[in-house]
Every structure is written in C-alpha cells, then in structure tokens.
Design a binder for this molecule. Sequence first.
Ligand code: ADP
Ligand code: MG
Length: 416
Amino acid sequence: MTPQKSVTEADVGGKRVLVRVDFNVPLSGAHSTDGVGGSDSTRGAVVTDDTRIRAALPTIRHLVEHGARVILVSHLGRPIAGERGAAQPEFSLSPACRALEALLGREVKLLEGNLEHEASVREAIEAMSDGDVVMLENIRFYPGEKNNDPEFARALASLADLYVNDAFGTAHRAHASTAGVAEFLPAYAGLLLAREVDTLVTMLRDAPTPFIAILGGSKVSDKFGVIERLIDVVDTLLIGGGMAFTFVAAKGYDVGTSLVEPDWVEPATRMLEKAAQKDCELLLPVDYVVADRFAEDAATRIVAAEEIPVDMMGLDIGPASCELFAAKIAEAQTIFWNGPMGVFEMAPFEAGTKAVAVAVAANDEATSVIGGGDSVAALKKFGLEEQVTFISTGGGAAMKLVEGAALPGLSALGEV
Ligand code: ADP
Ligand code: MG
C-alpha cells in the first residue's frame, strides 16, 4: 500500500545502515548538576514512557537479524543547536539508549563525539561487527539538522551505506536526518513508518462506514485543514474541546470567557456550510461544563450550549453531549480520534474525554485510530490504550497526513 520501498526489500547484511528513529521520549528523574558533562550528568534520568522506543523495535530487530550494522539517529526535545551535548546533558539520548538496551537485550553504544569534527564516531562505526547497534547523540545538537544543511546531510550520510527512515513522528519535518540525508544514500521506509502511513492512508481511502471522527483539543487554527479534509471523508464529525467554541461563536451564540479564535469564526462558518453540502453530519456539544476560572478548584456549572454565561468559560463537554457522542461512537465501523474534549488534565474537566475514550474502547467492532500527543496521554490516563486498534506515534505528522499535506520525510523516500 505504501509507495516507498520497504526496509524488507533492502539487502542489509554487512552494511552500515543509518536509521532515523523517533526517540523523543519523556524523561524524568534528577538530572545531576555536578557539571561533569556527557552521560554522567544525566545519571538518574529515566524514560517515563517508552512507547516510541518499543515502536521502533521491529525495524531494529529486522536489521540486527539480517546482519546489518545499525546506526541509530534521533532528536530529543529542543536543545540549543551548536552547543555540545556536555553543555546540555538534559537533552542527551543516554536514557533512551539504556532503555533500548534493556528492551533489545544487547549493548547499544552511545557515540558522543561530534560526527563532523571528530574521528571518534567514524572510528567506532568502523569497529562495528554485523548485528551491532550504536546510537548517535541528539542530532539537534547540530545546527545543520533543522536547517537541513546539505553539507551536514552529506556528513551524516558518509557514515553509512543505506538509510532507513522509521521516524514517523518527524516525517512532517524537512530536516537533515529526516529528509536531506536521503539525497545521498539508497533510502527505505522502516516498518513503523510504513505501518503508520498505511493505516492512515487506508482509513482515508476506504474505511468501512459509518466512519466517525472526533476532534478536540485547544485550537481550531491548529487543525483546520484536518477538519476540512475529514468533512470530505467521514459520515459524522464530532467536535469538542476548546475548538468547539469558535464554532459556537460561528453559530451566533455567546461563548462567555471560553477559548475562541476570532479570526477563525468566519472559516468555521464556512465549515458548517461545507458539512451541510457534503452531507457530513457535524455535531457540536449540546452542553458544557463551565467554570468561573481556569483552575482545578473553580466553581462549575453545567449549561446548555446556547446558554454559556458571559463570565464563565467552557472547560469540558457536558453530560448530555457525552451521551450523544458515545451513542454515535457506538454505531461506528471506523473511528478516528484526535484531541481531548476538555481540560482532561484537571479532574473536574476530564469526564468528556473519558466518556469518548470509554466509548471508543467499548466499540470492538470498529477500527479505531487515535492520533495526537494529548489524546494518547488521555487514553493512557484512563488505562484504555490496549483497547483501540491503532495509536499513532506521530501527532503532528499524522495530522499533516490526514490533512493531505506532503510529508518531507516520505517524499524523500521517493514517493511515487
Ligand atoms: P492533541 O495533542 O491530542 O492533538 P491538542 O494539543 O490539540 O491535542 O490539545 C490538547 C489540549 O487542549 C489539552 O492540554 C487540553 O487541556 C486543551 N483543551 C481541551 N479542551 C479545552 C477547553 N475547553 N479550553 C481550553 N483548553 C482545552
Ligand atoms: Mg498536543
């Protein structure tokens, strides 16, 4: 289904294979400030959610089993480019490297040297045997990464014989390790990347109906392209979260002090019209949990959608909306969910998101695809992540793909 060449088609035995993975994982634990630098300074930091590392295992294992010499590349967070890792130990990939070692059951050496200016990285790679795995330090320590500098991409490429991109989470970025490097090496799609693309493309092309999408989250401006595309393909679109209030305003009702993007009211009106023309059932919440301020201990009330008090803000969908949305979700054959229904991080405003998560999990007839960092965090918070069909590891990339935008990381692999 995916047009890119798969890593399974590559002859990797004895070859040095540069693999872009997305090990941008959350960390916790004390970062010591002993000033020693390097991995010593990150002693104690641990990966708190290894989902992305686990997701890359099939590709890494495939390469190891086929005798490749695996050189992993990833970014972590947003370090200052140009500052050496020793100066920014909190962005070291060392904790991710240790987590991978434990999962893989073999040594994964972290190469901390500067790949452009020091011989140590090249020497370590030359010393590798078939089946060995090493990891470069955070690729965003280099200014050439985000600038997609061709010279940097060439330096990176010179470490290897083949390139595999398995970092779906960064496929929407045109960086040296996600796009530029593919100019200089035979390039292949990793198993995770291929599966992500395949799942989303299949869903958009020929999903069994009824196809229902649930969109939420904070801003309509972030996801306008997604709304527009989904109206073309789904039977029912449920909109909750902060973005719903721009639609409430578009319908001419008061939103009180709720999150609204005034510049997007007119486009939202167009979307309501488009949905009507396209025969897409676009449902907004019928009631809200409103609060007098944005706080866990705020005074709250439940009000109808047309009756939001001027001095209160909507922070969750109300119980009637939960019922309405859950009933629609129960009928679906295909479900796509992105974005929480309310401020689920605060207990008084989590019920809407929980109701949607429970309804999606309960529908075991349907194929359910969940994307978005916060939506996935919500699903995990409610312990329901095992009960959905597919969780995308790439929030932003998944949204771009759904929107129909070209992803540089995919195009670089030679999309046909
Ligand atoms: P995702 O990461 O799943 O794509 P977003 O990043 O778009 O989701 O949005 C998630 C954020 O939206 C959450 O932090 C949540 O608190 C916030 N949010 C949801 N509903 C509201 C609301 N009614 N008002 C303000 N913020 C909201
Ligand atoms: Mg988010």
